[in-house]
Design a protein around this ligand. Structure first.
Ligand code: MN
Length: 355
């Protein structure tokens, strides 16, 4: 069980607090200040590892090493960025890292229309309502920045999004097939490094898993996963299964996806969270407490899918609400995620003892 941590400078949650959550043994973290595309320096990795391990936590999962837009769009500069990525994989492997979470989403890593949506119990959480989505991506960027309470949001780096028009222009001729081809080019290049150094790449689904702003999306559902799997047949070409992201499309049978890909050993990393649909058509949702009854996903079935298959990979609670007056990062406060850990562990223990 891991817990995401954004680093000493950028996270009000302390490693010492994470250490006290029953059952948490890993910090899931990253070097957030290394610009996308650059090599992660060994000494900075060593420093981060030292901070994590001296707090009594493991340093085996990195989230994320982001992929440069030139790789995603297949620009001529991509080979240098791929070489840098290979070096980062090597550097992380030498520090004992086993799994790297990454994504192949165009322009926006994730997308919500409200970062502090008020829930009836007085807590707040992130929400997505299609009618609140502006036509102009610049306006959305403004919406996200002004809701972020001053925290830098991964995937929403102001220096990168300052050029959002150019970014969109880069993707203009990239459809889903082309994006997949660019992913294949990337995987073909890095997989031998991953196999040699025993680091598994775990791709995160598109969040939300449907088309927005005309941008292509290639990890929305099971069919997409099968296509990605075929791009490079190896246990090192694997997935992060994010129950919330996939669950945002009601067509996705999340427990079935978990069963299938855990059985095939293609899911070394799980993000567990719940969402609640806000309308009849299930196109709007807010994030919720992890409890099944608090949302639209059946967390019992999700944990059972893992337990039934003797899951031995990494798992972390994903986004929670901000509760008890906490002014935490949107989605990443301490308290609700800690409650999520306890609930997930309770489900796990009960299911395992009943097997
Ligand atoms: Mn996730």
């Amino acid at each position: 069980m891991g817990f995401r941590w954004f680093g000493e400078q950028n996270d009000p949650v302390q490693l010492a607090e994470i250490r006290q959550i029953p059952g948490v043994s890993q910090a899931v973290t990253a070097l957030y200040d290394v610009p996308v595309g650059q090599v992660w320096p060994k000494d900075r990795i060593a420093q981060l590892k030292q901070a994590v391990t001296s707090a009594g936590l493991g340093f085996e999962v990195i989230e994320s090493v982001n992929v440069h837009d030139d790789i995603k769009t297949g620009q001529s500069g991509r080979d240098q960025y791929i070489e840098n990525y290979q070096q980062t994989i090597k550097n992380l492997a030498e520090a004992g890292v086993k799994v790297i979470c990454y994504n192949f989403m165009p322009v926006f890593d994730w997308l919500r229309t409200d970062l502090t949506y008020q829930l009836p119990d007085g807590s707040n959480a992130m929400a997505y309502q299609p009618e609140m989505l502006p036509d102009d991506p610049n306006e959305l960027i403004h919406q996200i920045m002004s809701g972020s309470k001053g925290f830098e949001m991964p995937g929403w780096e102001p220096e990168r999004l300052a050029h959002v028009q150019q970014l969109f222009a880069k993707y203009r001729h990239v459809d889903a097939d082309q994006l997949r081809a660019n992913l294949k080019y990337f995987l073909d290049a890095i997989m031998p490094t991953c196999e040699k150094y025993d680091v598994r790449m775990a791709m995160h689904p598109d969040d939300p898993p449907f088309l927005l702003f005309g941008l292509p999306r290639i990890y929305k559902n099971r069919d997409d996963m099968l296509k990605i799997e075929q791009l490079y047949e190896s246990p090192y070409n694997a997935f992060t299964i994010c129950t919330g992201s996939l669950g945002e499309n009601p067509q996705n049978d999340v427990p079935a996806i978990i069963r299938e890909f855990v059985q095939k050993d293609r899911a070394p990393f799980i993000h567990a969270r719940n969402i609640r649909f806000m309308n009849q058509t299930k196109t709007a949702f807010h994030e919720s407490a992890h409890l099944s009854s608090a949302g639209s996903l059946d967390m019992y079935e999700i944990v059972k899918a893992l337990a039934d298959n003797d899951y031995e990979g990494y798992l972390r609670p994903d986004h929670g609400r901000n509760i008890w007056g906490e002014q935490g990062r949107p989605g990443y406060g301490l308290y609700d995620r800690a409650l999520g850990v306890t609930y997930l562990n309770g489900l796990w223990e009960a299911i395992r003892k009943n097997q």
